[in-house]
Every structure is written in structure tokens, then in C-alpha cells.
Design a protein around this ligand. Structure first.
Ligand code: SF4
Ligand code: SF4
Length: 169
């Protein structure tokens, strides 16, 4: 688990995450290989279908528009697997992006909390924390084993570079 930037109470009041316009939305979380083993077809976890790039396939819900992560409890806006939710869910509104031949930590300013805090000291300190965490040899190994996590999120704001090409790490 990584430290969270957005407080849980801010997310509970917002309905920006875990819901998607399309069933093949790029915003649905991709799973790490180890998460596929620990979450798919496991007791206590809702049935999950994965797309070719290991993304959770959102499902329609009767009487609602759009698609939802199967792990979302729509009635109370809570994640049913919060304690073991995927790494990408923990990381959001931050995203790992590939742009101009670089792997970058970026932030999605569509998240209202991130947008409000983007110039704050708290935001800079959190980016420094993520820079250290994501550039650790342990996480760079995870990223090399899970290249599907690196996506072309064109509109997200750059925060720092990840040294995935640095073979000395
Ligand atoms: S958009 Fe931001 S504030 Fe809203 S639920 Fe997602 S992370 Fe939380
Ligand atoms: S796993 Fe939980 S936090 Fe992640 S998208 Fe699904 S409901 Fe949301």
C-alpha cells in the first residue's frame, strides 16, 4: 500500500472514480501480475473479467447510465475490496505515462482534489514521496514486469520522470 494523497472522505463525497463512460474505458484500472493472482477468482472478491491489457472490464448496472467497476458498491460509493484494491487505484489521481520517449509520473487534474491542491506544499511533498517510492529499485522491477501500466495519458500534468531505462538500478 502506498500513502494516499486524497483523503477518503473527499473521495466518498465525489463520484469521479470507479465509473466509466464505456465498457472498454482506458480509465479502468490495470492489474499487476501479482494482483491478478490475488484478486481474480478469489473468495470475497467480486467476479472480475480482464481485458487483453489486464484491465478490469467495467459492467453495466441496471437503472444506471454508464459502466461501473464490479468492485464498487454503488449504494454507498465504497470499494468492496478497499484494503486490497489495485495499485493503480491507490495511485490515482497520479498515473504512470509514456510521453516523448520518457516514462513519467503524471497527475490527472480532472480529479477535483488534485486540481485544488496542485500548487500546495502538500502536493509537492507527496510528489517527492512518490518520486522516491516509484524510482526505488523494487518498484522499477515491478514496472518492468508490468509494462501495461504505462499508458499514453496525454492530458495529465507531468510531475517527475521514472528511471525505468536506468539498468544500473
Ligand atoms: S476524482 Fe479524485 S476526489 Fe474524486 S473519487 Fe477520484 S481520487 Fe477521489
Ligand atoms: S477496485 Fe475499488 S477503487 Fe479500484 S476502480 Fe474498482 S471500486 Fe474503484
Amino acid at each position: 500500500m502506498i500513502k494516499q494523497f486524497v483523503p477518503e472522505e473527499a473521495c466518498l463525497k465525489c463520484s469521479g472514480c470507479c465509473r466509466f463512460k464505456e465498457a472498454d474505458s482506458v480509465w479502468s484500472p490495470c492489474l499487476l501480475e501479482e494482483e491478478i493472482l490475488s484478486l481474480v477468482d478469489k473468495e470475497g472478491v467480486p467476479a472480475l473479467s480482464l481485458s487483453l491489457n489486464k484491465r478490469i472490464v467495467p459492467v453495466p448496472i441496471e437503472g444506471k447510465d454508464g459502466f461501473f467497476c464490479p468492485c464498487l458498491s454503488v449504494a454507498d460509493n465504497k470499494c468492496k475490496i478497499y484494503a486490497m484494491r489495485p495499485f493503480e487505484c491507490q495511485l490515482y489521481p497520479f498515473l504512470i505515462a509514456f510521453r516523448n520517449k520518457k516514462v513519467l509520473l503524471t497527475v490527472d487534474l480532472n480529479c477535483p482534489y488534485a486540481r485544488e491542491k496542485a500548487d500546495s506544499r502538500e502536493f509537492k511533498e507527496y510528489v517527492n514521496y512518490l518520486d522516491e517510492f516509484l524510482n526505488s529499485p523494487k518498484f522499477i522491477r515491478v514496472l518492468k514486469e508490468n509494462p501495461h501500466l504505462i499508458q499514453a495519458y496525454e492530458d495529465a500534468l507531468d510531475c517527475c520522470e521514472l528511471n525505468i531505462q536506468d539498468e544500473t538500478k
